[in-house]
Design a protein around this ligand. Structure first.
Ligand code: GLA
Ligand code: ZN
Length: 667
C-alpha cells in the first residue's frame, strides 16, 4: 500500500479535511503521524492532550486511511530538558550539547528513559483500541542523527557495566585489549576511559568496543519502547525507520525486536550534492541490504518526493523520478511505500526538505506524479502478495564489526568498507544479477557465490562458516586484508591471511599500502592500475590469476584461485580497477554457474520480484535519455510507457528518460 508522512500539527485545523481528501484521491491507505509531536501530546510534565491527534486519526479514518503512530521520543520537549538538563548529550570534547534540533538526548540517562516510558505507555494505552491505528514506528532513525553519540557520566557508567558483563574480569579485558602497550593496563573497570579527546589516538580495541556498546545501547533503548507497545497493543505491529547503510547501530541486532524493517530511501542523498541523475546501483544497494536484514519484505517509511535539503538544497527530482524510485523500492522488496512528506513545512530546520505538496499546499506536478504512481503500482503490489521473496544466488557478507574496524583504522585514507563493497555490488547490478546481503549469523549454503569483502576481523565461528561453505562446493570471493585480526581488534600473530590460509591456498608474507605509490595488475593480457592496498601473495596450493605489474613485487600474485574440497576460493589482494574487476567477476560468476540477468543497456535496471502468484519483471530507466531495451518475449506486458515509441525493430522497447515498464509471468 501507499501513504505519506503527515504533520497536521504544522497546519491550521481547517486545512486537515482537504488534506485527507487529497490523500484519498491520491490512493493513500496509510499515514504516519506524531513522531516529533511530543510537546503537542504532553505539553507539560504529566499533562496530556490527545484531542488533536484523535481528531486527525478520526478524520483520516473516515477517508479509509489507517495510521502508523511514531513514538515522539526523537524530539524531547523544552520543558523536559529545562527540568533535567542532564539528559542532553555530551560531546567527545566533554562539552554538553544544547537543546535544539532533535535527538538532543542521551540514550542511557535514567530520567530520560523514564520520561520515554511515560509518553510511550500513555500513547499505547490511548490508542490500543482505536480501529484506525494499525502499528507503531519507534522513535526516528535511531542513532544516526548524531555526529557522535553521548559521552556523559551515565554513559560511562553503562560502558563499564557493559565491559564487565563482556569480559568478567579486568585481567581478561587487559589481555583482550593488549593494554600493556603504552602502559594502559587497568586495575579496575572504573579506570577505563570513554574515547574522549586525548593527545593521541585511543587503543583500537577500546574504540571497537565503544562502537559495539553505543550500538547495544540504542538497541536496548528501542527494546524498552517495543516492550511497552507489545504489552499494551497486542494487535499492532512495531517497526522502525532504518537508514540503509548508516553505521551507528548494528541493524542486524536492531531489527531483531521488530515485526518488520522499514527504511528511509532518498536516492539523491542528504542534500543531493551529487546531482539529479545517480547510478541505479547506488539506490538499489541499500534496498537489498534492508531486505536482507530479516530476509523478507519491508516497508519504505520515507520515500523521497521532492528536493531534499536543510541549509543547502539538492536538485528537484526530475519528472518521472519519484515514480521510478517508487517502482525500484517495490522491485527490491518493499510492500508499502510512504512518501516523505505530505506538504513542505513553512518553518523549522526542514523548511526546504520538500514534500509532495509545495509550501502553498496546492497540488501540482509532484502530487499528480505520485497519484499516477499509486494508481499504476497498486495492482502490482497486490499481485506480489503472499509467499516469500525468493533468495538470490549471490550473497554479500556484511558486518558492522568490519565496518567499524575500518572506520577506526582505514589503513589508506581513502579506503572505505562500503565503497569497496559498492564497487563489487555494481558489477552484479549492471549484469542484473540479484544479490542478497547476509549477516554473520545467516546461512550461506543456499548461495552459489558468496562475496566476503575484507574479512579483517575473524573468530572461530566465522572461519568455520566460510571454510564449510567452500568445502561443500561453494564459490567464495574474498578480498584484501582478510584474516588479519581477532574479534577484539588485536592483530593475530600469524602468517597472513591467518586462519584462511588453507582455504585460499596462499600466504601473505608482505604488503604495501598504496599511498603515493603506483601499482598495477596484469590479468588476461590487460594491465590496469590498482589502488589503496596490495597484499603480496605467495601461492601454497592456489593458482595465480593476476600478478602485480611494478616495483619490487612485480610478477608476484595479486589474485589467486584455489580449488579446495568441493568448492573454489578466490582471493583478491588489492583494490582493482574497473576493467579487471569486471573480468574477474565474470570469471567467478562462471565458476559458480551463474548467468547474467536480463540484458539491458547501462543505467537500465532489470529486477525480478516473485511471489506465490508469479513474477514481475521491472525495467527501470534511471537515465535522462531514452534507452532501447530488447522486448522481453517470455513475459506479458503489465505496464508500458504511454509514449513508448516503437523501436527500430519489433523486438525493441523504447524506454523514455526515467520511464518504467513492467511485465508478469507465471501465477
Ligand atoms: C529523515 C527523517 C525525517 C526527515 C528527513 C529529512 O529521513 O526521518 O524526519 O528529517 O530525514 O531530513
Ligand atoms: Zn550519555
Amino acid at each position: 500500500m501507499f501513504g505519506v508522512a503527515y504533520y497536521p500539527e504544522h497546519w491550521p485545523r481547517r486545512r486537515w479535511k482537504s488534506d485527507a481528501l487529497l490523500m484519498k484521491r491520491a490512493g493513500f491507505k496509510v499515514v504516519r503521524l506524531a513522531e516529533f509531536a511530543w510537546e503537542k501530546i504532553e505539553p507539560d510534565d504529566g499533562v496530556f492532550d490527545f484531542s488533536w491527534l484523535d481528531d486527525v486519526v478520526e478524520l483520516l479514518g473516515a477517508e479509509g486511511i489507517d495510521v502508523v503512530l511514531g513514538t515522539p521520543t526523537a524530539a524531547p520537549p523544552a520543558w523536559l530538558v529545562e527540568k533535567h538538563p542532564n539528559i542532553l548529550p555530551v560531546r567527545r570534547d566533554g562539552t554538553r550539547m544544547s537543546f535544539g534540533g532533535r535527538h538532543h538526548n542521551c540514550h542511557s540517562n535514567d530520567i530520560f528513559r523514564e520520561s520515554v516510558e511515560i509518553i510511550v505507555r500513555s500513547m499505547a494505552v490511548h490508542y490500543r483500541d482505536n480501529p484506525h491505528v494499525k502499528g507503531w514506528q519507534v522513535d526516528n532513525e535511531l542513532g544516526n542523527s548524531h555526529e557522535e553519540l553521548c559521552y556523559c557520566d551515565s554513559c560511562r557508567y553503562h560502558f563499564h557495566a557493559w565491559l564487565q558483563r563482556k569480559y568478567g574480569t579486568i585481567d581478561a579485558l587487559n589481555a583482550a585489549w593488549g593494554t600493556v602497550f603504552w602502559s594502559q593496563t587497568y586495575t579496575h573497570f572504573t579506570q577505563i576511559p570513554m574515547p574522549l579527546a586525548t593527545p593521541n589516538s585511543h587503543n583500537p580495541a577500546l574504540l571497537l568496543d565503544w562502537h559495539r556498546f553505543t550500538s547495544d545501547l540504542i538497541v536496548d533503548f528501542q527494546r524498552i519502547q517495543v516492550a511497552i507497545i507489545r504489552d499494551e497493543c497486542r494487535e499492532h505491529f512495531v517497526t522502525h525507520n532504518f537508514m540503509g547503510f548508516a553505521g551507528k547501530v548494528d541493524y542486524h541486532l536492531l531489527c531483531g525486536d521488530l515485526d518488520f524493517v522499514s527504511h528511509d530511501q532518498y536516492p539523491l542523498g542528504f542534500e543531493g550534492e551529487s546531482g539529479a541523475v545517480r547510478p541505479a546501483a547506488e539506490s538499489a544497494m541499500p534496498l537489498d541490504f534492508i531486505r536482507g536484514l530479516k530476509s523478507t519484505r519491508f516497508w519504505i517509511m520515507e520515500q523521497q518526493s521532492g528536493a531534499a535539503g536543510w541549509e543547502t538544497i539538492g536538485p528537484t527530482p526530475r519528472p518521472g523520478q519519484i515514480r521510478l524510485w517508487t517502482a525500484q523500492s517495490i522491485a527490491h522488496g518493499a510492500d508499502a511505500v510512504l512518501f516523505f512528506r505530505w506538504r513542505t513545512s513553512p518553518s523549522g530546520t526542514e523548511q526546504y526538505w520538500h514534500g509532495i505538496l509545495p509550501h502553498s499546499g496546492d497540488p501540482g506536478a509532484r502530487y499528480e506524479e505520485v497519484a499516477k504512481t499509486v494508481r499504476e503500482l497498486d495492482p502490482v503490489l497486490e499481485s506480489l502478495k503472499g509467499g516469500d521473496i525468493r533468495k538470490s544466488r549471490v550473497a554479500i557478507l556484511f558486518s558492522y564489526d568490519q565496518l567499524w574496524a575500518f572506520d577506526i583504522q582505514p589503513h589508506h585514507p581513502d579506503l572505505r568498507y562500503l565503497d569497496h563493497i559498492g564497487r563489487y555490488y555494481s558489477e552484479f547490478h549492471r549484469r542484473n544479477i540479484a544479490v542478497d546481503f547476509v549477516g554473520l549469523s545467516d546461512e550461506l549454503a543456499a548461495y552459489d557465490l558468496v562475496f566476503a569483502p575484507m574479512v579483517f576481523l575473524v573468530n572461530d565461528e566465522l572461519v568455520a562458516k566460510l571454510r564449510a561453505y567452500v568445502e561443500n562446493g561453494g564459490v567464495l570471493l574474498a578480498t584484501m586484508r582478510s584474516g588479519v585480526k581477532d574479534w577484539n581488534n588485536g592483530v593475530l600473530s600469524e602468517m597472513l591471511p591467518g586462519p584462511f590460509g588453507r582455504v585460499f591456498g596462499i600466504q601473505i608474507p608482505d604488503y604495501d599500502c598504496l599511498r603515493g605509490v603506483t601499482q598495477g595488475v596484469r590479468y588476461e593480457g590487460i594491465e590496469e592500475t590498482v589502488s589503496l592496498w596490495a597484499d603480496i601473495i605467495e601461492t601454497a596450493g592456489a593458482a595465480p590469476v593476476a600478478v602485480y605489474a611494478k616495483d619490487y613485487y612485480a610478477d608476484r600474485p595479486a589474485i589467486t584461485e584455489h580449488a579446495w574440497e568441493a568448492g573454489t576460493a578466490y582471493y583478491v589482494g588489492t583494490e582493482l580497477g574497473d576493467a579487471v574487476r569486471r573480468r574477474l567477476v565474470a570469471r567467478v560468476l562462471e565458476s559458480a554457474g551463474i548467468e547474467n540477468g536480463y540484458d539491458t543497456p547501462d543505467g537500465v535496471e532489470a529486477v525480478v520480484r516473485s511471489s506465490d502468484r508469479g513474477e514481475v519483471l521491472f525495467l527501470l530507466n534511471h537515465t535522462d535519455q531514452a534507452q532501447i531495451v530488447p522486448f522481453p518475449d517470455a513475459w506479458r506486458p503489465a505496464l508500458l510507457p504511454d509514449d513508448a515509441a516503437p523501436g527500430e525493430s519489433e523486438e525493441d522497447l523504447v524506454l523514455p528518460a526515467f520511464e518504467i515498464a513492467l511485465f508478469t509471468r507465471g501465477g
